[in-house]
Unconditional design. Structure first.
Length: 449
């Protein structure tokens, strides 16, 4: 890992001590603090009044019991979370994750990242994140509905159009948002469309929200490749995961003339040298809610499935980790570099381990950090809030155009900040400093909050 400025060391020590055992949160804070040394040398006022300590401390953390009844009639208990991290720029905003690995440290890392990501969009949204250790795999629609309803029975007290606006993340998509919105509406007797984003188009959702994260990451990487006078055209790409982000990253890569040769899920990965058949992946994942292993069985000749292993063993020009945190390790980075990777774009949140990121940067690989590259999802959520507030609904083209502009602006702001701070091409530094300064400016203006 890079070193942290000595003035920031005590802040990190306090975070580690006060949040014992929360490894992912430690990792996320460490990464941001690594970038801030240069800021406080230039602008020492940002270290005044414990501003950085306050940014590392969530404004509010809610943990609650979620009891629900499964299809056999047995009572199940899960734990629900909502961490309202920072509301300097707007209502808390960020997704809900349903996955058995969820714990408070994971939600805090995600909420911390979200705060800077949302600042990068330039839209008026603060940072938050939530979820549950509920495992949706193998559950019936009715079980999912009962779980979502019980989850909302508690969550509804803490959210609202002007308070906190959740959306999807791993394990939470349109189906879950629909069940939660229905329960919120019933509990509050309000048609408050702007309380959740990622809604269906029939009840206040935004066009292009489903596609936004994957499309946005691809726009970002396309622009980053442009700084080396190239683009996706003809490039071999590997995208990990096969969920919402991965599917729409693949779709946009294909429209730019790239070739996606592999994708994955948590059991293994598929390779198809002819190019992944995206319609088949959508059918397996979005309709049947099946496993990626079915791809090779259904596609047959030319494709193969590898159980376990690492999708990063597949040689590529562009890698887009789009599954989960710490899925691309130092070992994977070495393999990718050896195989000639030229760019890495994080579709997921913190998918590359710190040693992987440093290896890419040392090798001169273009590297787009998640908090900048995957901001298109939350940006389009903010556009959904705008449409809800004005009781309007925009065309796909208009929404996608706004998304593309936002992603280009984020790219250019990160690149300009990296230049300003003497680290040209370092998008990690650029994203962290740009996001931090926007949040810090608003907090300073509001006094000690
Ligand atoms: P989905 O639930 O739609 O898909 C997640 C994909 O990642 C699945 O293929 C899943 O495989 C795989 N995956 C999940 N957990 C693990 C794990 N522990 N190990 C290996 N593979 C895993 O989620 P999304 O596509 O929405 O989210 C993917 C990433 O993108 C997350 O990091 C999320 O935080 C981030 N993100 C999402 C945004 C959004 O708008 N949805 C916005 C910005 C970032 P399996 O089915 O086997 O679990
Ligand atoms: O990590 C993320 O940015 C998301 N899961 C999307 C959050 C949102 O509010 O749309």
């Amino acid at each position: 890992m890079n070193s942290i400025d000595e003035k920031l060391q005590p802040i990190l020590s306090t975070v580690l001590h006060r949040n014992a055992g929360e490894e992912e949160f430690h990792q996320a804070v460490h990464e941001v603090l690594e970038s801030l040394g240069r800021v406080i040398s230039k602008h020492p006022e940002y270290a005044d009044e414990a501003l950085i300590e306050r940014i590392c401390e969530p404004e509010r953390q809610i943990i609650f019991r979620v009891p629900w009844i499964d299809d056999r009639g047995d009572v199940q208990i899960n734990r629900g979370f909502r961490v309202q991290f920072n509301s300097a720029l707007g209502p808390y905003k960020g997704g809900l994750r349903f996955h058995p690995s969820v714990n408070v440290g994971i939600i805090k890392f995600l909420g911390f990242e979200q705060t800077f990501k949302n600042a990068l969009t330039g839209l008026p949204i603060g940072g938050g994140k939530g979820g549950s250790d509920f495992d949706p795999k193998g559950r019936s629609d009715r079980e999912i509905m009962r779980f979502c309803q019980s989850f909302m029975i508690e969550l509804h007290r803490h959210i609202g159009e002007y308070i906190d606006v959740p959306a999807g993340d791993i394990g939470v998509g349109g189906r879950e948002i629909g069940y939660m919105f229905g329960m919120y509406k019933r509990l509050t007797n309000r048609y408050e469309a702007g309380v959740l984003t990622g809604k269906g188009l029939s009840y206040g959702g935004s066009r292009a929200r489903t596609e936004a994260t994957g499309f946005g990451t691809t726009y970002f990487v396309q622009r980053m490749l442009g700084t080396r006078d190239t683009g996706f055209e003809g490039k071999r790409c590997v995208v990990s995961g096969s969920g919402n982000v991965a599917i729409y990253a693949m779709e946009k890569i294909l429209s730019y003339g790239g070739i996606v040769v592999a994708c994955s899920d948590s059991d293994g990965y598929v390779v198809d040298e002819a190019g992944i058949d995206l319609a088949l992946v959508k059918e397996i994942k979005e309709i049947r809610r099946g496993r990626i292993s079915e791809y090779a069985r259904l596609k047959g000749e030319g494709s193969h499935y590898i159980k376990g292993g690492s999708v990063w063993d597949v040689p590529c020009d562009v890698a887009m980790p789009s599954a989960t945190q710490n899925e691309l390790t130092g070992t994977d980075a070495r393999t990718l570099i050896k195989n000639g990777v030229i760019a890495v774009g994080e579709g997921a949140n913190m998918p590359c381990t710190p040693d992987a990121v440093h290896l890419f940067q040392k090798a001169g690989v273009l590297f787009a950090p998640g908090k900048a590259a995957n901001a298109g999802g939350v940006a389009t959520s903010a556009l959904e809030m705008q449409q809800n507030a004005s009781r309007d609904s925009w065309s796909f083209e208009k929404t996608e155009e706004r998304l593309a502009t936002i992603m280009h602006n984020i790219h250019d702001a990160c690149a300009a900040t990296a230049d300003e701070y003497g680290a040209p091409g370092n998008y990690v530094l650029g994203a962290n400093i740009t996001g931090f300064v926007r949040v810090a400016e608003a907090m300073r203006a509001m006094g000690v909050i």
